[in-house]
Design a protein around this ligand. Sequence first.
Ligand code: FAD
Length: 438
Amino acid sequence: MTPELKTDIVILGAGIGGYEAFRTLSRLLRRYNIKKQITIVDQNNYFTFTPLLHEVASGAVEPTHATLPLQELVYKTPHKFLKTTVTKINPVQKIVTTSAGLMSYEFCVVALGSTTNYYGVPGAEKNAYHTRSLAGAMILRHNLIEKLESSQPEINIMVVGGGFTGVEVAGQLAYFARHDLAKLYPEKKIAITLVQTIGTLVPQLPLKAQQIIFKRLKKMGVKILLNTAVKEVKEKLVVIEPFQQTSRDSSTPARAFAQNDSPKKELVSDFTVWCAGFGNIANCFLEESFCATNHSIPTGPFLTHQTESSLYAIGDIAQVMNKNETKPLPQLGEVAYHEGRYVAEHIIATMRKKTLAPFYFKSKGTLMPIGDRYGVAIFGPVVISGLFAWWLRRTVYLMFMPGFLRKLKIVFDWTLHLFGFSYIIAVERNMEHGPKNN
Ligand SMILES: Cc1cc2nc3c(=O)[nH]c(=O)nc-3n(C[C@H](O)[C@H](O)[C@H](O)COP(=O)(O)OP(=O)(O)OC[C@H]3O[C@@H](n4cnc5c(N)ncnc54)[C@H](O)[C@@H]3O)c2cc1C
């Protein structure tokens, strides 16, 4: 079939990586007066800043602060945004199949992200909440508020996964429970449990940071179950069992922390929030022969596919390794951002017949919030925690958002939020199933 759509550069996915690739590309095309058109494609008509979504779920951040309409991005540019779903990429013919039709391209940047990995745990996909999409965060928020308005005196929340996301979600919900909810619903008891398979939280971080996080969550009333595996998620129940550490797991500093204090096999859970891992999705779009065995896209030093030079891959979907390293870069926003910027520069260099040094990622630091007004910041061997670290993270995010007016609006809203309550209203009866249930 002949493609009915045609573009010079197509960016598939307008998340952290795709968004940054677009911004840099459009700036460089203008700078060098290159007359090429970019089409940026996403299934949503807005960009989502995923790391803020758990704050959307608790109401600390408005949905409009974590998102950006994509038509605004292309406004007054020669470029296009196409809201459609990508289904296939043919890198040999240079054709992308979407629900809007076939599109041919000269360069393609794949930035379609990742999905939730439920590790085959029965009932997890059906019964657990997640905060990896705006809709997911809003559904959790809505249903939590509905439950608060019910006559149930105790609400149990179980957060599964003690990595970055699980810690951030547990911390944010604990803050919400201890502040706004404690004041507005004083008769309710909200219990938050964090379940982690291994003996420590966020094992990628230095031991000092892990200890700070552990203590902070405990102080906020979060019950932490280490060395515990979730075996099944039912509608109101989670089945757990002790997790046997392998020799690899036991290299983590488990001894620093307390042992499990719950011998129970089944725990009541009104809200199970799944934060236990990312799943790769490249095989949903590309033939297996173009994918790595873990279903990511294997890239070379310039972030192009190892065999197809017009196909770039960035962010969670890409398997990128720094020179002389054998471990792929982590699936993090900071990585996707720098890869997005690099591929834009590489495409322009290719058009201008220039050369560019291979991609190399060096983290500038890690910033994570644990509830409102408390964060942990890690810069090499230096670990700081408290209000400043939290403020720093929000400031870095703010810098990422385009436009002076937008920045001003967000700063204004965030400042006001420090003094009031978050907006606790349940908007629709069933957000998952739309107007028919109104
Ligand atoms: C809850 C949560 C918290 C996180 N917190 C942090 C954090 O604190 N710090 C940090 O560095 N990282 C964090 N991350 C990781 C970070 O969000 C990701 O690594 C980053 O977003 C990856 O960027 P990306 O561009 O590859 O994908 P994404 O930002 O996920 O973007 C992918 C885009 O592709 C679109 N898309 C997907 N499939 C299709 C399709 N078939 N057709 C059309 N469009 C499609 C999606 O709509 C989306 O816009 C967090 C992730 C989650 C889930």
